[in-house]
Ligand binder design. Sequence first.
Ligand code: SF4
Length: 414
Amino acid sequence: MDAGAVTFPRKQTRRIMVGDVPVGGGAPITVQSMTITKTADHEGTLQQIYALAAAGADIVRCTCNEPEAAEGLARIVPRSPVPIVADIHHQYRRALEALEAGVHCLRLNPGNIRRPEHIKAVASEAKDRGVPIRIGVNGGSLDPELYDKYGGRVTPEAMVESALREIAYFEEVDFDLIKISVKASNVPLMIEAYRQLSEVTDHPLHLGVTEAGPPPAGIVKATAGIATLLAEGIGDTIRYSLTSDPVDEARLGRQLLECFGLRERKNVDLIACPSCGRAEIDVYKIAQQAQEAFKDRLIPLQVAVMGCVVNGPGEARDADIGIAAGNKRGHLFVKGTNVAVVPEDEMVDTLVEWAEFINTEGVEAALDRAKSTRDAARKAAEEDRQRNLDDRGDDVNASEQLVELLRSERTKES
Ligand code: SF4
């Protein structure tokens, strides 16, 4: 089966609009992140919002924790390149001020704003303005009454009930521009809470593992939770909550969606072999250099860095372009066809130059460009391939020798 044809059917949800960005109802899954500046510092916050948008964030959240933050939002919203969500925790008045400031969405934590009249006042105002609200249940700040009801534990059922109670208040004032999250830092708990929630509601869901922590463990936790649910068709918008530069959150969110085929590729998909005894270069170093060189280039191609010419071009034949190391030189290949040979220290530059060429002119044009060098390139690759096989043999990892060793030790024991 063609890997590109594998898709994950998505659960149908209602659609809401966060500013001009659709969420749910079959819209492309969106990436969110949150600023870590003081929202009152509107220039600093805007700078960060621009950086997040450039890294792939479709929607950005800013805290609205004090009156000055609401004033900051009034200045930020008209100049922001993406819709802004105001994060409200304890004071419902901040929500009303954020709406006044023109935000495109609110996030309310039902565990922290609990008086029904306050919740309904915010929902009524949001309804009049056509602004959606995310019900942001958080395992760490669950309504104490629900905590007690479920035996002094945070359970998926308690989190779902918290969200449903909030929806009921919203329904009393006829407000339904809702999205919901039930985040927890415990991955299995979070996964089960979202599964249960998606069974009982068709409001769009915002996925995240809260307080996932610093990379790399934080990335693993966030990916485990979000990716599991996406593969089950659950989720309409996502956020990585990392103890790290929020630009990383936006970039990772985007990358996750791209690798699932849920968003169109914007950047290079860099593949690289893990290296082995046959490698003719430091694959890690060259892959790092390539990653750095492609980081900010919007080239939606698959690019391969392979440690040897014996297996590299074959294993990466689906890549749009790749380089495989030979005898102190690099063998450049386009869709598995050798096109040029370059000195080792020019491998990354050449890769970038050809990727840019393919991005603007296409694969056929690149193969055409190499018409006069293709034969020589194939011959050189074959020479280096043979030399590698002669030097290192077919069994580069010496597995046959190891098997012999194991057998002889067994014989000695018996
Ligand atoms: S055989 Fe070549 S391409 Fe495969 S892992 Fe080893 S060095 Fe990389």
